[in-house]
Ligand binder design. Structure first.
Ligand code: HEC
Length: 252
């Protein structure tokens, strides 16, 4: 996935807008569009959150958002009215903290084509096996796809994916990770051949785990989705039992 990023010059020395650009734009973007779903847009935030809730969120943070407890009261209220109005009228009083830098980062933007697909040649995601003794690729295959493109015959495009694999002692590599097709797959770790796949209720952006109970082996993955804005997200663990490796290597 290619991302577009740039620096913008900080001109207004001590306005709420400058404070926003200096402290918040790195994540929420210069135009407040964010990078959904990981980083929410702040456009029209005044319609969704009260000033009091905004103050708490900014001071304490939440999840991956840090708290800004260093902001002074007038800076905070200036910032809140800036966020609620989406424009800059009031100026906050001068103060040493937080210091304003000459440039600000304008935020992460995916480099997408007009249809919303990565604007680079596929594959848009690969699974790679590397021999750690030699550093060489043993195999490399596209992983993931877009269901609507697959339906049109555009297979093996690969897709953005987040989540690692687990490899069993029997030589099976299990991986979910793909953002859009919600698949959970098993590959032969030596060859990269696809042995089995299933569709999860939500995308499995997580690393699976494998364990044994009473001589039966299981593979479990957390499926939550949330990275494909067109699909619902949820929160389930999906478990699979494996057949004995001597009879059939494929999981049941
Ligand atoms: C390091 C990245 C980062 C920075 C810097 C950051 N935020 Fe956030 N912000 C997030 C993330 C991630 C969330 C979603 C948190 C969650 O709900 O788990 C969020 C959520 C929010 C929300 C709630 C939005 C909603 O729709 O629920 C507000 C309001 C907000 N941020 C304002 C700000 C302001 C104002 C600043 C600057 C003072 C700021 N943020 C700086 C990452 C960031």
């Amino acid at each position: 996935m290619a991302w577009a990023a740039s620096l913008g010059e900080n001109k207004e020395e001590n306005s709420p807008r400058a404070l926003y650009l200096n402290q918040c734009a790195v994540c929420h973007g210069e135009k407040m569009a964010g990078s959904p779903p990981a980083i929410p847009s702040l456009v029209g935030i005044g319609n969704r959150m009260s000033a009091a809730d905004l103050a708490t969120r900014i001071k304490s943070g939440k999840g991956r958002m840090p708290g800004f407890s260093n902001l002074k009261d007038d800076q905070l209220s200036g910032l809140i009215s800036f966020l609620m109005r989406g424009e800059d009228n009031e100026r906050v009083s001068a103060g040493p903290e937080p210091s304003l830098m000459k440039y600000h980062f304008t935020g992460y933007r995916r480099f997408l084509d007009p249809e919303g697909y990565p604007a680079i040649a596929p594959p848009w995601g690969t699974l790679n096996a590397i021999n750690l003794n030699t550093g060489e690729y043993v195999w490399k295959i596209p992983i993931g796809g877009y269901p609507e493109l697959t339906a049109k015959g555009l297979k093996d495009t690969g897709s953005e994916n987040y989540g690692g694999p687990v490899v069993t002692a029997g030589g099976l590599l299990f991986i979910g990770a793909t953002n859009f097709d919600k698949k959970f797959r098993a590959f032969d770790k030596d060859t990269g051949a696809l042995l089995w796949e299933t569709t999860l209720p939500f995308s499995g952006n997580a690393t699976p785990i494998t364990y044994e109970v009473d001589k039966r082996q299981f593979v479990v993955i957390a499926a939550g989705g949330g990275k494909d804005l067109k699909s619902k997200s949820g929160g389930v663990y999906v478990a699979f039992a494996l057949k004995a490796p001597d009879k059939d290597k494929k999981p049941r």
